[in-house]
Design a protein around this ligand. Structure first.
Ligand code: FMN
Length: 275
C-alpha cells in the first residue's frame, strides 16, 4: 500500500543528511526482514528514533510484480525520514526499483552483504567503502562482524578505522542494546550514527533512554498495530520480543502460544488491566 500517500497526494520528504549535519549522533532503526515495517517504524519514531529503514526488498521482484510492491512497501506521511533497502545484483534493476519508491522515500540503501559486513582483511573493507564513497553514496553503515562471526564481539575498532578512512558519515551497527551502549559505541568508533536491530525489537523505547520496555510502549504497540491492521503473527512476535525481558518463564509459556488478537488482548488486560 504505497497508496497511503497516493490517496492523500502529500508526501513530506526529509533529507536524512540534515540529521548527520546536525552534529548529533543519528539514532537509526535497522532494516529487519518481517519486522521494520510501517507499524514498528511508527512506534520507534515515537521513542526518539531519528531514521528508519524498511526491511530488505528484493529489487527484481519489486520491479516485476505489483503484488510484491503492494506487500513489501507501505508508508505514510509521518514515516520520514525513511530509507528503503533493496537487494539487487544489477544496477539497472536497482535504479528501476529506486525510481518507483523515490516519490515516497528519503533514500535508498543497497544491502551489500547481510549478515556479514566487514571482510577478514580490513584493508579490503576500507577499499570497498572508499569505492562506494567515490561512487557517490551519502553514508555507509558497518556491522562490525565478518561472515563467520555470528555471536563473537563486534569489531568496533574496525569501524573506527573505516570511519577514519572516509569523508562521508559512517554508521556503526552491532550489539547495541541500550542508549548507554550507543554512547559507548559512538565514543569507541567516532561514528556519526548508531544503527540498532535486535535491541529495538527487545525495547523499542531504548533510544528514549529506557533500560527496558516501558509498559506505555507495549500499549502504544497494541494501539498502532491494531490501527495499521498488522497481521496477527507480526503483532504477536513483536510483543514476544518486547516482553521477553519483563516476563517470567512461566508467563512466556502462556503468552507465546496465544493464537489470536483477542486472546492477546485478554491476556494483557488480565495482567495489566488496560485493554
Ligand atoms: C530479524 C532480523 C532481520 C534482519 N533483516 C535485515 C535486512 O532486511 N537487511 C539487512 O541489511 N540486515 C538485516 N538484519 C541485520 C541487522 O540489520 C543488523 O545488521 C544486525 O542484526 C546487527 O545489529 P544488532 O546487533 O543491533 O541486531 C536483520 C537482523 C534481524 C535480527
Amino acid at each position: 500500500m504505497i497508496g497511503d500517500i497516493r490517496e492523500t497526494g502529500e508526501c513530506q520528504l526529509k533529507d536524512p543528511m540534515d540529521l548527520f549535519r546536525s552534529g548529533q549522533v543519528v539514532k537509526i532503526c535497522a532494516p529487519m526482514v518481517r519486522y521494520s515495517k510501517l507499524a514498528f517504524r511508527t512506534l520507534v519514531r515515537k521513542y526518539s528514533c531519528d531514521l528508519c529503514y524498511t526491511p530488505m526488498i528484493v529489487a527484481a521482484d519489486f520491479v516485476r510484480s505489483a503484488k510484491a510492491r503492494d506487500s513489501e512497501f507501505t508508508t505514510n506521511k509521518g514515516d520520514h525520514p525513511l530509507i528503503v533497502q533493496f537487494a539487487a545484483k544489477e544496477a539497472q534493476v536497482l535504479c528501476d526499483a529506486a525510481r518507483i519508491v523515490c516519490p515516497f522515500a528519503d533514500g535508498i540503501d543497497l544491502n551489500c552483504g547481510c549478515p556479514q559486513r566487514i571482510h577478514e582483511d580490513l584493508k579490503r573493507t576500507v577499499d570497498f567503502c572508499q569505492k562506494a564513497e567515490a561512487a557517490g553514496v551519502s553514508w555507509i553503515t558497518v556491522h562490525g562482524r565478518s561472515i563467520e562471526e555470528r555471536h563473537q564481539p563486534v569489531h568496533y575498532d574496525a569501524i573506527k578505522i573505516i570511519k577514519q578512512s572516509m569523508s562521508i558519515p559512517v554508521v556503526a551497527n552491532g550489539d547495541i542494546k541500550t542508549l548507554k551502549d550507543a554512547e559507548n559505541v559512538h565514543h569507541l568508533t567516532e561514528a556519526d550514527g548508531i544503527m540498532v536491530a535486535r535491541g529495538l525489537l527487545a525495547n523499542p523505547a531504548m533510544f528514549a533512554g529506557y533500560e527496558e520496555t516501558p509498559f506505555q510502549c507495549i500499549q502504544d504497540w497494541v494501539d498502532i498495530a491494531l490501527e495499521h491492521g498488522t497481521p496477527f503473527t507480526c503483532f504477536h512476535h513483536h510483543l514476544m520480543y518486547m516482553m521477553e525481558r519483563i516476563t517470567s518463564k512461566q508467563e512466556k509459556k502462556v503468552f507465546n502460544v496465544l493464537s489470536s488478537t483477542s486472546a492477546v488482548l485478554d491476556y494483557l488486560n488480565g495482567h495489566y488491566g488496560v485493554w
